[in-house]
Design a protein around this ligand. Sequence first.
Ligand SMILES: [Zn+2]
Length: 398
Amino acid sequence: MDKKLKIFNGKILTPGRILSNGTVVVIDGMIREITKDNVTVPGAVEIDARGNYISPGFIDMHVHGGAGHDFMDATETAFLETAQLHAKYGTTSMLPTTLTASKEKLFDVLAAYDMANEKNKRGAQFLGMHIEGPYLAMNQKGAQDPRFIRDPDPAEYKEIISRSNNIRRWSAAPELKGALEFGRYLKSKNILASVAHTDAVYEEVLKAFENGYSHITHFYSAMSGVTRVECTRYAGVIESGYLIDDMTVEIIADGVHLPEPLLKLVHKIKGVEKTALITDAMRAAGTSVRESFLGDRENGIRVIIEDDVAKLPDRSCFAGSVATADRLVRTMIKLAGLSLPDAVRMITSTPAAIVGVTDRKGLLMPGKDADILIFDENITIQTTIIKGEIVYSRNDAN
Ligand SMILES: [Zn+2]
């Protein structure tokens, strides 16, 4: 028999408006119908939203871990438990993200992805891997391990890409030797090329854009702004992100990485459709530890957790966030002053479009996957539904 859900008595965030007392009908994991009234659905499991919001599930296109795990642990458990942790906070799909590492290590992580992906029934779905590094600018390494930072090597990246069907995105510094060729190669393989950990100037970013790089990784973090060489000023990656209209960006909207005026500035210039919210969460997300490490268990860099963020022990820079997706939306509403529907779009339809999954995800519409959240005004997640299965319910958790 068809498995049916009826979700009713909530404010449904549809692409165009809020339906205040409508019904979402789910059949076999897909949204079948959205009505503006409370309709009868014979044979359905009924979910009363009790006046809360009914929203598309959140899509986190840049996340490293959580619940004590990092994807660099390269284990099935790390993937599955991180996915489950983030599902509790509203993430229904994600791009598990690597850190700068050796080629062999990346192979291990990709293998763990494949194993975990098949078994991932209770967590945020995996939309493909995001490879962050190792082709980064040393000067903008942030918390990436300098021992593994290197220039793009065609033999290496072609081998990595040929070994996996599941690389969806790659972050690299476009000013490195061979980086433009790399961008074209990624584009030819339908992999999102993203500008990251970079000291590029405007002319280089424009070239990068023309060679396939269409997105900017954690905007403002580990990248150049205006620089001056003797008397001459150069626009950096930040200015380029603003100037090149079709370039998309993502921001770690945990309320710590970017202060209120910068959140407002990004929103003002790039807007809701070009700016995705990301957690960039590391291992300590969803835990209460004060010390942790960034990266895998053997090579990880020690970090401290304070002020709701991970930092290098000398406090010279942040080392990833401990945010979950609900916090990003809350931050955009409370700190940056966005409306709730706009904040939600920045982590649903916007990342879906950037990642290229709008045909299935990011919107509450008939024909899309039934990745659905119920949350209150404070973005406290009440229920998480992934492909028509209830994977988290706050009532059960209490
Ligand atoms: Zn990252």
